[in-house]
Design a protein around this ligand. Sequence first.
Ligand SMILES: [Zn+2]
Length: 459
Amino acid sequence: MIQIHNTVTKSKENFEPLEEGKVKVYVCGPTVYDVGHLGHGRSAVAFDVVRKYLQYKGYDVIFASNYTDIDDKMINRAKEEGIAVEELANKIIPEYERDYAALGIAKPDIQPKATEYMEAIVELIKRLNEKGYTYSLDDGVYFDVSRYENYGKFSGQNLEDLQVGARVEVDENKRNPYDFALWKFKKEGEPAWPSPWGEGRPGWHIECSAMAWKVLGEKFDIHGGGLDLKFPHHECEVAQTKGVFGDDSFAKYWIHNGFIQIDNEKMSKSLGNFFTLKEIFGKYDPQVVRLMFLQTHYRNPINFSDVLLEQAKAALSRLHDFVRNLKNHTSNSNDEFEYNDEMLKIPFEKFMDNDFDTSGGFGVVFEFVKAVNTALDSGSKVDVDVILKALKEVDSVLGVIFPLKEESIPENVKKLADERIAARKNKDFEKSDDLRDKISEAGYTVEDSADGYVLKPKL
Ligand SMILES: [Zn+2]
């Protein structure tokens, strides 16, 4: 039985989907005004694992994650760059797709864009209006939080104590400081859509309520996102959706992943201490980054550093070396290493059932690798296929044990390695070093071995 820490109840609960065998998940995706940073990567990897573990356990999962392609940030950035908002989205979305694919993240089953759901957005605001939750000001239509008595309960905010944060808009005309825009009237040069209240565009929060409703229905199993979205974004989503469809609607479980910190401070654009995924991928294989994310439980903060990446790199290369050795293993010994699920799958599931504890899951994997390595080193007979099969099942969730990239070495790299061996035989070490550099530039490392050399993709 999977247990999930539910933000709503602040406790671990047994996971029971609304419909047996099926799970519907909605995860807030990025606002596509700039390329993805480590925080985006962490959230996307965390929910990729949630999705894949549910599938591993036999659930039929429908996974939806959106792109926010219209909001203030989109408009401001498009203005700065002198391009249309749509053009900006079309430029940035492929960047996310490339980065996420490199991290081994499976594409969502449904990937709605806010601009494609304007009818649903307008429809939701209409219904909120009919129920008396809205009022109009000069610049738009607002949600009156005092009309929704549970406002603040979801995120456990004491609204009186709370400073008005960056993502709560200050406006003296609003009835309450936390009232938020559902619809913003058109300003010169901004993209706009028709509505009963006049041309304009939606506020950020209503977009997710509308997309989740349209693609998954009034009620679904899991809603996820980064901890930074808990308030006000998710608080507002809850108020809107439950305001329209009632208290029993919307997600049954809410999952929030922790922050990335740098020197124990939250990594954020406003603090200027953030790294884009592209920057990190320039130095480290994306699989190293995936492993680094998953070595910490998804709810805990990750205190990011080069040391952490170096550790993940060493761990990844240990895993890949292991798989390589295993595949090449032959033995004539009578001693046999016999695999059973108690060694890998059962303890792995024990950790993963406990609120997707990938950190504990990796502990199991490394213990197992150690045990099999001992058997390999002692020359024991090992049923390679059985072990590979078990590892593949576990890796269908973790996505790091087997290399993502094709391991076939290009001919030109092999040729360089052959030339290097020849140079070494001639004691031409300068040439040998030069060839090693060339191999490295091509993305490989070369190590000497008893029967020549071993080439590996660089991590
Ligand atoms: Zn959202």
